[in-house]
Design a protein around this ligand. Structure first.
Ligand code: M6R
Length: 366
């Protein structure tokens, strides 16, 4: 049942080229330059007119929402908010009829997400579901949606469900941006082509597994880890930290890199591992100077970089390279080595990576 893999988590990490491909299949046609998604096509006017999009989820699904905030604002020029379902549910949020809520959930059964959506629906919001499990409670409550088609995810750590969530959210944002006219035809076609290349690029990233396993061996006894990123890679820094906590029980924090100076830099001491999610983008040089600040305090810099990035290769103690892609899509690649890092660190520590302590696959009680 684990298809020759030692654990479900590893199997599911390695299934990501297929999961993303399946998610694109029948939707994205790079040659024709089209994106077809029944649930979106039918609601396109409603989405185009939305005054606000609110993304709701928990844990890894919330991280997908955080990245979608950056992507929707950039491509669709619509105000976006991202909410932890548990907070949204209790804090009497301001919801107007016409607000579009995008619910993100692998299982479709997370109690906080479900109740948050019920409340918002009662207040007149339109609920759009991005769910993996077909026929689940959140899928049934949604008025429209797009399934992620990642296949069953058994490992408690969400991996392929996350990249599939991102893929669906990219598809929606690219389609909507083009329909609204906030995304030019050139950029639209470029993004469609780049998205179609992602499954093969993930296959390339998976070849770094032995290198990542070495790093896990090197750092498995660390007490703490920091994960830093900016822009599209900030949510990935949070996701890397969450994965490491869940699977290796090492204390890890994710931050936007520039927030370091506002407090967390006080934690940096000799040998503290600091992971930079540093694929090439508009902030690259700024991120490099953040990495230099860590080196100046004798921390260890581990960087996820774009191939042939000599700037980071010089600064970092260790680098893992991923293929180049459009900066907006790079998170689909940069997250994979972080999933592997969590997996191999848990493995090196002899832990139960598929069933980490205290965690359930889906949190159906609050
Ligand atoms: O099934 P959901 O996507 O609604 O679950 C949300 C979180 O419980 C889930 O992502 C959790 O954070 C995972 N253990 C992360 O690996």
């Amino acid at each position: 049942e684990k298809g020759g893999y030692k654990h479900f988590m590893l199997k599911e990490i390695f299934e990501q080229p297929t999961a993303v491909f399946d998610c694109l299949r029948g939707r994205l046609d790079a040659k024709a330059g089209t994106i077809r998604m029944g649930g979106i096509d039918r609601q396109l006017d409603l989405l185009k007119e939305a005054k606000r999009i609110i993304l709701v989820g928990c844990g890894t699904s919330w991280h997908a929402g955080l990245l979608a905030e950056y992507v929707f604002e950039e491509l669709c020029r619509v105000p976006v908010e991202v909410e932890y379902a548990s907070e949204f549910r209790y804090r009497n949020p301001v919801i107007h009829p016409g607000d579009v809520i995008i619910a993100i959930s692998q299982s479709g059964e997370t109690a906080d997400t479900l109740v948050a959506l019920e409340n918002a629906k009662n207040q007149g919001a339109f609920i759009f579901g991005v769910v993996n499990v077909v026929g689940s409670s959140i899928a049934r409550l949604s008025q429209a949606g797009a399934y992620t088609h990642a296949g069953p995810e058994i490992g408690v750590a969400s991996t392929k469900a996350f990249t599939a969530q991102l893929t669906v959210l990219y598809l929606i944002a690219i389609k909507l941006g083009y329909a609204k006219g906030t995304l030019s035809r050139d950029r639209y076609l470029h993004l469609i082509n780049e998205l179609a290349l992602i499954p093969d690029k993930i296959t390339e990233v998976l070849k770094t597994a032995p290198e990542v396993a070495c790093l896990a061996g090197k750092y498995k006894n660390a007490r703490d880890f920091l994960f830093l990123g900016r822009g599209y890679n900030f949510p990935i820094a949070l996701e890397g930290a969450l994965k490491l906590k869940e699977i290796s029980y090492i204390h890890a924090e994710g931050y936007p890199a520039a927030e370091m100076k506002h407090g967390p830099i006080a934690l940096v001491e000799e040998s503290l591992p600091v992971v930079f999610v540093a694929t090439k983008d508009a902030y690259h040089e700024k991120l490099a100077s953040n990495a230099q600040e860590i080196k100046a305090r004798k921390g260890n810099v581990l960087a996820i970089i774009t191939e042939r990035d000599t700037l980071f290769e010089e600064i970092a103690d260790d680098t893992i390279a991923v293929p180049a892609s459009d900066e907006i899509l790079a998170p689909l690649l940069s997250v994979v080595p972080l999933q592997l890092l969590a997996y191999y660190t848990g493995l090196a520590k002899g832990l139960d990576v598929d069933k980490p302590r205290n965690l359930a696959k889906s949190v159906t009680v609050e």
